[in-house]
Write a protein that binds this ligand. Structure first.
Ligand code: PLP
Length: 426
């Protein structure tokens, strides 16, 4: 007799799927993290096995429409064929650099592209492996370039969890156990230009902010804020570092979110979508003036794996795909549509939804309470749509789908969301 197969998208029998999940949970429990395992068991979690386009498939063959986008990684959707192909080709040639004694063409090609697509005179790139590394490097460069130590960042900002990035991030719960953190870092409320002005002194090395706070709850600053921040930095001789790890590469309907206000930073950090969802990679890009310390001492900042050819070819192909497929404009248009439809839902359920906001396809839905967020995430998951809340604001559900999502899929998510709101409207 044939074994029961739960879904046509999976060739794994139901009992095998159950066993695979249990085996994986046991390994998590023994070798990864027992606390995390307890949490996953509570969630009634499943096992991801396949991705395609804008869909994630679990071990039962259940197909999830991805409105989470790997927290900003999957701008191109999953496994974009061109990105996958260049990585496969590179794998057969030279996957990692042999040493730093010879030239690495994939890295040079990527740095050229980054200089072309970033605004103003952002020119030199340092390639690393993640968002937090990109921010760490930017922080170090800002101090070295100015010879000053004071750094201003914002409350509720998120920049990563290594020591420097954590120190500038703005949520205490992640910071307290690791104190003392990096000194001379000062936080001001995001979007409050008066507070920022009061805090930036002549001794300030840099102001480091996100152009839109992502994990803070998709907080868009008031119009003109970034321009004013730029001006204050110029007046005080401080560098402006913009963390575009989440907002960069088309996500907000511009190639970089700072372009909504025509502001050019001295240093920009990138990661997440840069590897096309295929390879991990980060980068920080600086103006020649800001980059000077790394030019003078070429060993001041280094990374063994940073700039590896596999990640670099993936990033170059990602940039090419974003340009060729016009994903920046697509994000702007689809985002405008999605936001307007969400505003209708907000008006229809004012006691549940307190705000909808965002730019392009970085959108947050703010709920009246955190419990409601859990219910809505659960209902969407039951209807095969993946969403999640923000790390620093658990009342906000993020909608951050691949930029290649289509209007039919957007409408499907909206109908499922409407049902979820209706169920919770008592
Ligand atoms: N900066 C921003 C704005 C982010 O959103 C994140 C991650 O969410 C990071 C930095 C850290 O990136 P990573 O998790 O790759 O270290």
């Amino acid at each position: 007799m044939e074994e029961e197969v739960i879904d046509q998208n999976s060739d794994i029998a139901m009992e095998d799927a159950d066993r695979l999940i249990e085996e994986t949970l046991e390994k998590y429990e023994r070798y990864v993290n027992p606390g995390f395992t307890r949490f996953m068991r509570l969630l009634g979690t499943t096992l991801e096995v396949k991705t395609e386009g804008t869909y994630m498939y679990d071990v039962y063959g259940k197909k999830y429409l991805d409105f989470l986008g790997g927290h900003g990684v999957y701008n191109l959707g999953y496994a974009h064929p061109k990105v996958v192909q260049v990585v496969k080709d590179q794998l057969d040639k030279i996957p990692q650099t042999s040493s730093r004694l010879m030239l690495n063409k994939p890295m040079a090609d990527l740095c050229e592209r980054l200089a072309r697509i970033t605004p103003g005179d952002l020119t030199y790139s340092f390639i690393c492996n993640s968002g937090t590394e990109a921010v760490e490097g930017a922080l170090k460069l800002a101090r070295a370039a100015t010879g000053k130590s004071r750094i201003i960042s914002t409350i509720n900002g998120f920049h990563g969890k290594s020591m420097g990035s954590l120190s500038i991030s703005g949520r205490d719960v992640y910071k307290k156990p690791f104190e003392p953190l990096v000194p001379d870092i000062h936080h001001v409320p995001y979007g409050d230009i008066g507070a920022l002005k009061a805090s930036v002194t002549n001794d300030t090395a840099a102001v480091i902010i996100e152009p839109i706070q992502g994990e803070g709850g998709v907080i868009c600053p008031p119009a003109g804020y970034l321009k004013d921040v730029r001006q204050i930095c110029d007046e005080k001789g401080a560098l402006l570092v913009l963390d575009e790890v989440q907002t960069g590469l088309g996500r907000t309907g511009k190639m970089f979110a700072c372009e909504h206000e025509d502001v050019v930073p001295d240093i920009m950090s990138l990661a997440k979508a840069l590897g096309g969802g295929v390879m991990p990679i980060g980068a920080f890009i600086a103006t020649p003036k800001a980059f000077a310390p790394f030019e003078e001492d070429i060993l001041l900042h280094t990374s063994t794996f940073g700039g590896n050819p596999l990640a670099c070819v993936a990033a170059s192909a990602t940039i090419d795909a974003i340009l060729e497929e016009n994903l920046v404009d697509q994000a702007a248009e689809k985002g405008t549509y999605l936001l307007s439809r969400l505003k209708e839902l907000k008006d229809a359920y004012p006691n549940l939804v307190t705000d909808v906001r965002g730019k392009g396809l970085l959108i947050g839905i703010e709920f009246a309470d955190e419990g409601m967020v859990g219910n809505v995430i659960y209902e969407l998951e039951q209807n095969e749509v993946m969403v999640l809340h923000m790390l620093n604001n658990q009342r906000v559900v993020r909608l951050e789908p691949p930029l290649v999502i289509d209007y039919g899929q957007i409408d499907f998510m909206l109908s499922v969301l409407k049902e979820a709101l209706e169920i919770n409207n008592y």
